[in-house]
Structure formats: structure tokens, C-alpha cells
Ligand binder design. Structure first.
Ligand SMILES: [Fe+2]
Length: 307
């Protein structure tokens, strides 16, 4: 029997660390813009904020947008982070300059509802996808009531790539820290605030892909409401409910009409970088690590050991 391959994803020593940076928005292409826009209203409780000939922006009624949809072949267009760290954006600029990674100013219309002066940059990740970083924005429409019918916030983005290490290098250069990885090096979870991950990277064999993205629910009780409501809306639950090993978060997955995997999550592990030193854990790459509750996997996921 061949011994399973073990890969240690290296984390650079941090030149600067982000502690108050969270996902901001995400943009992807969908084959049928109208159908997908209606889905996000009907199922996720979102409102259309803004429409142009090129794209539709959606969010929860007020404040910064969450989603930007464009018509086209299914795929990731860009993803963004809100940098709430004091001087955080300048620190990112400095670290990118030191690493010789070029970046451009971000169009101010991606920083809608800026608190103070809108400021941002756009940089290209190792797979060629645009990544936005911008200063604090107002989000009065989030964390609101009715958690059984709408999530409380956008929580993380999980990129699909063909090579995990360069993406990890890129984001640790910017100021993210590695929280956990699978021991075969095919999955890595990174943090930029107290949450165990705001970004994850998984080897799916092709670069520039969106593996899934996730919204937070308030508590376990909400999962029951959501699974019942998804069933009433004829949206099949694709995976879960379960609990992930890395992050220890509860999860359930379903797909939008374009086949984009959406995760609902709660109870994610918190990291206290200013009080504790952490060593990234290396999880055995088995279904039981990714799903502690019995190890069932979705049809699109394989682990290198155990299935
Ligand atoms: Fe996730």
C-alpha cells in the first residue's frame, strides 16, 4: 500500500497581521441573470440595490452590497474584503509593494456606503482573479431580525484552485494567518479577524474557481427553520447539516440556480491572536475531518483518504 502523501503548507512569518478584516462582497457570472437574481430575493431575502447593463448588485436592503451578478458562463469574477484594521489598507499596500506585487486603486463604486473617505485597491490573485480590499463601509441592513428567513452576514469565501501553496503565500503576504490545513496540503483555512476563517483555499484541479461561499446564521435553531424552508421552496439540501472539524462550525449546503454552492454556517471557532500563539493544525484528509458528524461528503467533494 502506498503511504498517503503529507504536505506542510508553509506560512510566512507575518510582516503584518490583519485582525479586523472580513469578507465584503463577491461577484460571479451566472448563465441566467434574471433567474438567479430572483432566487437570491426569494431564498436569501436579498434586495436589488443597483442595476446597470453589465451587472446586478444585491444586499440586505441597506448598506454595502453583498453580491454582484453578471450574465455569462458560470464563474468567479472578483471577491472583496473590508479592512477595518487601523491603517490596515496602508499596511496591505506596503506589504504588496515590498513583495513586488502590483495593484491598482479600486473604483469607488465598489466602496458604496463608505464610512468616511472611500479608499480601496484591487490586486490579482495567483489564479488571475481580481481581489478587492477597501476601508470600512456601513452595513445597517445586516445582523437584523428574521434569522430563519435571511442570514445575518456574508461570512467566508472558499476558492477552488489547482495549486494551494501560491494562494496561501499571496494571502499571508497580505496579512492573513493560516488556521488549519488538511495534512495532504489540498485544503487550507485562513483568518483575518477573530473568526477561524474568512477565506479558505481548496485544490479542485482548476484555478480561479469559486468552490463555495458562506453566510452566517445566528444559532443551531435556525438550521431547522432553514432546512424546512428550503424544502418548502423546492431547494434541495445538498450537504449536511453537519459540523466541520476545521473551524468547528455547523453547516448546511444548497445550490443557487447556476449551481454555485452556498453554505450556511454558525458557531465558528474564535481565534484570539493578541492573547494566544497558535500553531496551524493539520487534519487527516478523511471525510470524518471535513464532516465530524459521520463523515458524509457532498457529491462534488472528495478527500484524498477514505473515499
Ligand atoms: Fe465553508
Amino acid at each position: 500500500m502506498t503511504r498517503p502523501q503529507r504536505v506542510l503548507l508553509k506560512e510566512k512569518s507575518p510582516a503584518g497581521v490583519l485582525r479586523r478584516t472580513a469578507v465584503s462582497h463577491i461577484g460571479f457570472r451566472v448563465p441566467d441573470l434574471q433567474v438567479t437574481t430572483r432566487f437570491y430575493g426569494r431564498v436569501l431575502g436579498m434586495h436589488v440595490h443597483d442595476i446597470t447593463d453589465e451587472r446586478v448588485r444585491l444586499g440586505w436592503g441597506a448598506g454595502h452590497h453583498v453580491l454582484e451578478l453578471r450574465e455569462g458562463e458560470k464563474g468567479l469574477h472578483h471577491y472583496g474584503f473590508e479592512v477595518r484594521d487601523d491603517g490596515g489598507l496602508d499596511g496591505i499596500r506596503e506589504r504588496l509593494n515590498d513583495a513586488g506585487i502590483p495593484f491598482e486603486p479600486l473604483s469607488a463604486d465598489y466602496v458604496d456606503h463608505a464610512v468616511g473617505d472611500a479608499d480601496g485597491i484591487v490586486v490579482t490573485d495567483p489564479d488571475g482573479t481580481a481581489v478587492h480590499f477597501h476601508t470600512t463601509v456601513a452595513r445597517p441592513g445586516e445582523n437584523a431580525a428574521d434569522p430563519g428567513r435571511r442570514p445575518i452576514k456574508f461570512q467566508h469565501t472558499t476558492l477552488g484552485t489547482a495549486d494551494v501553496q501560491p494562494v496561501v503565500d499571496f494571502f499571508t503576504t497580505i496579512g492573513f494567518r493560516v488556521s488549519d490545513q488538511l495534512a495532504d496540503g489540498r485544503f487550507c483555512w485562513l483568518r483575518s479577524d477573530r473568526d477561524h476563517h474568512t477565506l479558505a483555499v481548496v485544490n479542485v484541479g482548476i484555478g480561479g474557481d469559486l468552490d463555495h461561499y458562506s453566510y452566517d446564521l445566528a444559532e443551531w435553531e435556525d438550521f431547522k427553520s432553514w432546512c424546512d424552508r428550503l424544502t418548502e421552496l423546492d431547494v434541495p439540501v445538498a450537504w449536511g447539516p453537519g459540523r466541520h472539524g476545521p473551524g468547528n462550525n455547523l453547516f448546511v449546503f444548497f445550490d443557487d440556480p447556476a449551481g454555485t454552492h452556498i453554505e450556511l454556517s454558525a458557531e465558528m471557532e474564535k481565534f484570539y491572536d493578541d492573547r494566544v500563539e497558535y500553531t496551524p493544525r493539520r487534519w487527516t484528509p478523511t471525510p470524518g475531518s471535513v464532516n465530524l458528524w459521520g463523515g458524509q461528503l457532498p457529491v462534488w467533494r472528495k478527500t484524498s483518504e477514505g473515499n
